[in-house]
Ligand binder design. Sequence first.
Ligand code: GLC
Length: 433
Amino acid sequence: MGAPLAARYAAAQPVVKLNDPPPLDSKQEATRDKRMKWWHDARFGMFIHWGLYSVIGRHEWVMEREAIPVREYELIARQFKPKPNAAREWAKLAKAAGQKYMVMTTKHHEGFCLFDSKLTNYCAPKQGPGRDLVAEFVEAARAEGITPGFYYSLMDWHHPDGARCATDEAARRRFVDYIHGQIRELLTNYGKIGVLWYDVNWPLNWHGWESVKMNQMVFDLQPDIIVNDRNGLRGDFSTPEQRIVAETGGRAWESCMTLNDSWGYHANDDNWKSPKTVVRNLLTCAKDGGNYLLNIGPRGDGSIPEPTIDCLRAAGRWVNSHGPLVHDTDPGVKVTRSQFAQFTRKGNTLFVHSYYWPGSVLNLAGIPTKALSAKLYGSNVQLKIQQTDLQLKITGLPEKAPDPLISTVAIEFEAPPTQDTDNVRKTRERLSA
Ligand code: GLC
């Protein structure tokens, strides 16, 4: 056993601070903009959590949260009999939703591999499914023109070394070889993959996982791929989870979110987001140049819960008919004050995405930038503008929201609009005069 791994590593390599991740190899830095272009343009992706937990139907952490012993949990692998080509239905839904890439759990924390692995028998072709589910997923995505990506959990509750690797160097060696070996299989056997989405690096840190070497292998196998930040290195993008928080300094980010409260299928989780919330979240990401990776949790047989289908189809009708508003925005929106709308900007045009329609008059506070014209998005009818430095008033709008989800008013300014957010006190003084 000996000293904890972190301590031994620190002792062996005193020049490296364990909490101080190194940057990516400079070659990866140099190619980043090029590698990430498609992903920035894509903006909206589908996350898919699918595994043995989908058969149980009580959230993807069920094995850990209910302390199910490995030998008992393993039995589900034989009962896992998804219908053939379930992924085709997911890919069709992703397309209808306006999602341009799909990231599937090739192995979640439970350790069961949906792909064919020479390194374990605990994988789909050698268990209940009897076939390679990752191959089916990749094929289905490509058939719909959608870029496939792989989620892969480093944490592994099934592998005998998955926990003891933290304190036993021989176990760590075996386990890290296993993990690197599986990543090699994934990036060798399925053609070109868009994203490698690592997850949970417990119980090691980047040093213990040999993450620099891991990423190097990944880029040697797939020079155009992009990787996230969850193997302990910065990678190409950050992954705020269940919240939308923009990165600073131009760093790429992707907000990942569940559609209810579970990533994996949970039969009784009915806390579904509405299509309006989905589109609103997508626009909130778009406003600050981020991506939105929205999850679905298919059942064990691969079918998608109906509320998921209904929600994504409805959201997709909006997304697919408002393409430029999602995909072609400029970051740095300097208008934020509203209780009924989210804002995005393209050049000098401000898009006011109203999720609670204000009625025939739309007022915005404190925009000194001169407004030139205003229209409802998708219409050529000019709306009337009255403007002081305190209030921009747009009239002539329909009393009822033209779009049941989100209605957008496009206002053209003489320069990128700014809003006075600092002088609320002075404004109140002037307005009460
Ligand atoms: C967390 C959870 C995991 C989920 C992931 C998605 O790390 O542990 O279940 O897959 O978030 O971001």
